[in-house]
Ligand binder design. Structure first.
Ligand code: F3S
Length: 290
């Protein structure tokens, strides 16, 4: 059989790549460019993907990351808030400069900001289950009107100290592991009485993982696309590798040169920060491997 004409089937995951919130934030920046806005900033990189950030940079979009940076922006600038969201203080500082805020905070994250603002105002102590250093958690903390505790481990949950007559509202970082969230909530519930628990975990990550696992069971070779340092891509790779030993982790279509695909049915998925064009390019080039 002619090598180039081998009939192969490609199973591309529907959940591959950007989740809804990231897609929306990235599109928002491109829309501002199309509108002809000249001075566009994003508060923090819009996404952890060098190619996208570089492309935006070439189109004149700059990244600002601190209160000092806000000081330097022009009054007619536009600042896009990324999907992770940010603190109320940062929004106020941008407004105080007279700049235009385009809020691309993911609606699922915005919902957490609203819960935290409302419950803290009503006197609840806020507990965030998540990673204290993550920008999303930083942002959530910044909407609380009262004290906040961030819990990431069982040890931290065990050593939480909140007076037992205090009302407590527990929320979660959107990408937190569901099982771990329940475990930590269970521990906290034993220590405080009046607790409201709002599960604010977003399903995008677990849906992507479930679909990748399913596809990996159905294919001869599996390709996982994503940045080298992307932890969610690494996780996808591990999940797929368990089901399909011919699983390959690549960053771009160029890396296909280094992999040896086997069989007639090839699966493709991608991490949360992999742009659509890279996924499409891989999909198009896979056929030339045969
Ligand atoms: Fe994405 Fe929003 Fe969920 S940014 S991971 S859809 S919370």
């Amino acid at each position: 059989m002619d090598k180039e004409k081998k009939d192969i089937t490609i199973k591309l995951a529907k959940t591959a790549g950007f989740c809804f919130g990231v897609k929306r934030a990235v599109n928002t920046v491109y829309e501002q460019i199309e509108k002809g806005d000249k001075l566009i900033y994003t508060y923090g990189p819009i996404i952890h993907n060098e190619e996208v950030v570089k492309d935006l940079e070439e189109k004149g979009v700059k990244v600002i990351e601190s209160e000092e940076d806000i000081e330097k922006i022009e009054a007619d600038a536009t600042v896009v808030i990324r999907s992770h969201g940010t603190t109320e203080k940062i929004c106020d500082l941008i407004k105080a400069k007279g700049a235009n805020i385009v809020d691309a905070t993911c609606p699922f994250v915005k919902k957490i900001h609203n819960i935290v603002a409302e419950k803290s105002e009503a006197g609840y102590h806020i507990v965030i289950i998540g990673n204290d250093k993550h920008p999303e958690v930083e942002g959530i903390k910044g909407w609380s009107k009262s004290s906040v505790t961030v819990i990431n481990t069982e040890e931290e949950a065990n050593s939480i100290s909140i007076s037992d007559d205090k009302n407590v509202c527990i929320v979660s970082q959107t990408t937190f592991n569901y099982k771990k969230f329940h475990k930590l909530v269970e521990i906290i519930q034993k220590k405080v009485y009046n607790v409201i628990i709002v599960n604010t975990i977003c399903n995008a990550t677990s849906e992507r993982q479930v679909e990748a696992k399913q596809i990996a069971t159905e294919v001869d070779s599996m390709i996982v696309i994503g940045g080298k340092t992307s932890s969610n891509t690494q996780k996808l790779y591990e999940i797929c590798k368990e089901e399909c030993k011919n699983t390959y982790y690549i960053q771009t279509a160029k890396d296909l040169e280094t992999v040896q695909l086997e069989g007639d049915v090839i699966g493709i998925t991608a991490g949360a920060s992999t742009p659509k064009n890279i996924i499409e390019e891989v999909q198009a080039n896979v056929r030339f491997k045969f």
